[in-house]
Structure formats: C-alpha cells, structure tokens
Design a protein around this ligand. Structure first.
Ligand code: NAD
Ligand code: MG
Length: 396
C-alpha cells in the first residue's frame, strides 16, 4: 500500500474504539489516526490524542472543546478540537479521511455514520443501531455513493467472510439457504426464570465470553443484541428475517455460519476478541496481525448448540416481529430499548421488565414507511417519549 489509510475513530474511548486503536498501533506504516471522538471520559480522550496525534478531536460541548484545545496547545500538539454532532459529521466525511470506524453506541451514531457513507468512505460498522434504525436509507446511500461497508459485529464479519468474494463487490449472494447467527446466550442463559426479576446491572454486564460496553452487555443478557443483529443481517446480506436463524453456542468460538443450497455450511471461528473482525475489516481484502492469540481447539474441546428459548428471551421475539414489520418498527424498537436499558442500569426497571416496556411502546405507536431520515428520527423521538411515559407510570 503506497500511503497510510487515514482513519476517523468515532467512539474512540469505548471498547471497540480502544481495540481499533490497538490494532492500528501495530501497523503504523499502514494506518494513521485522522480523528478521535468521545462523549465522556474526556481525560482518556486526551491521553489517546497525546499517543495517536490525530488532526481532529471531537467532544460533546463547546466548553469541553475549549478545555481540550488548550491542553493540546499546552502539549505542543496541532490537534483541532470540534464539538457536538456537527463536529462528528465533519470528521466522518472530511475529504482527507479514507476510513471511518463507526463505534459510537446507539442512535447517536446514526448521522455521522450516514455522513461518511454518503461521502463514499470505507465504513467499518460496529454501531449496529445506526443500520437497524435506518436500514433501507442506509443501504440505498451505500449503493449510491459506492461506499465500502464492512461489518465489525463479530457475527456479521463472520458471515461476510463465509460469503463468496463477489458479495463484497455489490453482487447479491447466490445459493444461500440460511444464515445461522450464533449467540452466546449471555450471563442468564441458565438462570432460573423467576430469578431474572432480581438480577443486578453488574450481573448483566459480566458477560461470560466478551468484554464490552455496558449497553451492549445488557443487550446481550436480554438477547436484544441478537435481535438487533438479526435486523442488521437482513440489511447487510439482503436476507429475509425467515432466512436468519439464531443458534445459541455458549463457547463463542464459531462467530456465525452460512448454509448453502448444496448442503455446504461455512463457518468462521476464532477466539472471542473483537480485534479479529477489526483487523479483518481494516485490511480487507488483505490480512494483518491483530494481536489475537491462535485458536486452541484442544483446549476448547467441544462446541455446543441450543435453540433459543423465547420465553426466557422475549426481546428476540419482539425484534423478529419488527424485522418482519419493517418501516419505522426497528427504529422504535431500538429507541425504546435504549431507554429501557438506561433505566435498568439506573435501577429504575427490573431486568425482566425490559421486554414489556418495549412492547408497550411498540403497541402504542404504529410503524410507518421509513422513507426519509426525518421520519426515522421522528419515530425514534416518539418511541423515546412513550418509553419515558411508561417509566413515569411503572418505573421506580
Ligand atoms: P462503549 O460504551 O464501550 O463505547 C461507546 C463510545 O461511544 C464511547 O467512546 C463513548 O464516549 C461514545 N458515545 C457514547 N454516547 C455518545 C453520544 N451520545 N454521542 C457521541 N459519542 C457517544 O460501547 P462499545 O461496546 O464499544 O460499543 C460500540 C458499538 O459497537 C455499539 O453499537 C455496539 O453495539 C457495537 N459492538 C460492540 C461490540 C463489543 O465487543 N464491544 C461488539 C459488536 C458490536
Ligand atoms: Mg455481535
């Protein structure tokens, strides 16, 4: 490669952001950090700026931007600090950026990620909520701009790797019967159902196989994460919801599988470490070292599979219904879930109330066609308002 790829990392202080910077730092000749952004823990962002020397940094407010700007000047660094959503969009679509790592959590990542897609960037998508909310518009923008969209979610990255090479060139996959989306089942896979009323945020956030941000950890415990991933897979791989089957695989070694009409089933395996899909997408179609240790099948010994139980995981059922309903239903599902998860983390709702709260929001507001970004953002806002009303009535 002649020149280093210039990369913006949205959500640099998060779990995916830090793993991305770890892989980038292993290959200074290939990658150069163009911009880093964070919403909280701004001291950590400052330390990352000192280490990676980006051209831009983005923080949530003007006050925080002035403070970080002064510190950068004091350290003798030529970093421009921007603020808020306009700052995020600017560093996502800047003409000097080659690649965007979209690693903000939740709906907040939608507009900057879409800005990069519209500008035709290479987009590494961790922020699944952005695609879930606006799937049709997002994929239209990818096709229109010629943006290269590479999935970071380990399951979707695995599926991508198991599809024929021509898929990535924009051709629909041929001969695929089903996509088998694996799920660990999270920390409550075997917890007695009656005990789910009393599980704590700390228990929900201690995932057996992966170390992740708090929101996705709770989503993994409720399996809403798998529901969002089902919707994500439908958009990324042009599949119908009925073609995507969820398989519980507690070891998290097989990251997903593709079942072809001739009976072949292809899988991608690896240790559960997000640096593998990140390195894959950074280097694609080449391969680079990620720092992940080689898979030791003898130490793992066995791989198990189970059918998910929808009584235990009602969020999975809700997500499948929204995938089938289409329109603004997935955006409402996502928004209600974001409010529910935040309320659970603040101990305002019980873990086993999350699904009921989301269902109440979905029942209160009919889905409409998601034909513009404004419609999607309005559905997101309406669902958040309904979820807040539910909390006023039923929350602690
Ligand atoms: P995290 O909570 O660790 O980090 C989130 C990052 O986004 C932080 O840098 C934070 O400052 C920033 N952020 C939060 N709210 C923001 C806002 N309102 N505006 C701007 N920035 C904001 O989350 P994570 O675990 O790194 O997950 C990031 C995304 O990647 C999520 O969409 C998640 O579903 C997806 N993902 C994560 C993993 C994983 O292993 N962590 C795996 C697959 C997919
Ligand atoms: Mg995943």
């Amino acid at each position: 490669m002649s020149q280093a790829q210039r990369i913006t990392v949205l959500g640099a202080t998060g779990s995916i952001g830090l793993s991305t910077l770890d892989v980038i730092a292993r290959h200074p000749e290939r990658y150069q950090v163009f911009a880093l952004t964070a919403f909280s823990r701004l001291d950590e962002l400052e330390a990352l700026c000192l280490r990676h020397r980006p051209r831009f940094a983005v923080v949530p407010t003007d006050v925080a931007a002035r403070r970080l700007q002064e510190r950068m000047l004091a350290a003798g660094l030529d970093v421009r600090v921007l603020a808020g959503k306009p700052g995020l969009c600017e560093v996502a679509k800047h003409p000097d950026v080659d690649t965007l790592m979209a690693a903000i959590v939740g709906a907040a990542g939608l507009e900057p990620t879409l800005a990069a897609v519209e500008a035709g960037k290479r987009v590494l998508l961790a922020n699944k909520e952005a695609l879930v909310m606006s799937g049709a518009l997002f994929m239209q923008a990818v096709r229109r701009s010629g943006s290269v969209l590479l999935p970071i979610d380990s399951e979707h990255n695995a599926i991508f790797q198991c599809l024929p090479g021509n898929y990535a060139k924009g051709l629909a996959p041929v001969g695929v019967r089903r996509i088998l989306l694996t799920a660990s089942g999270g920390p409550f896979r075997e917890t007695p159902l009656e005990a789910l009323a009393d599980v704590s945020p700390e228990q929900a956030c201690s995932h057996p196989n992966w170390s992740m941000g708090r929101k996705i950890s709770v989503d993994s415990a409720s399996m809403m994460n798998k529901g969002l991933e089902l919707i994500e897979a439908c958009w990324l791989f042009d599949a119908l919801p009925a073609q995507v089957e969820v398989v519980i695989h507690p070891q998290s070694v097989i990251h997903s599988l593709v079942d072809y009409v001739d009976g072949s089933v292809l899988a991608q395996l690896g240790n559960p470490d997000m640096r593998t899909p990140i390195a894959h997408a950074l280097a694609w179609p080449e391969r680079i070292d990620s720092g992940v240790s080689p898979l030791d099948l003898f130490a793992i010994g066995r791989l198990d599979f189970q059918r998910p139980d929808e009584e235990r995981f009602p969020c999975l059922r809700l997500a499948r219904q929204c995938a089938e309903a289409g329109g603004t239903a997935p955006a409402m599902l996502n928004a209600a879930n974001e409010v529910a998860v935040a309320a659970f983390l603040e101990r305002r709702v019980r873990f086993n109330e999350i699904a009921g709260m989301i269902e109440a929001v979905l029942d209160a507001e009919p889905a409409v066609a998601a034909d513009s970004l404004d419609t999607v953002l309005a559905a997101d806002e309406a669902a958040r308002a309904l979820a807040q009303q539910w909390l006023q009535r039923h929350g602690r």
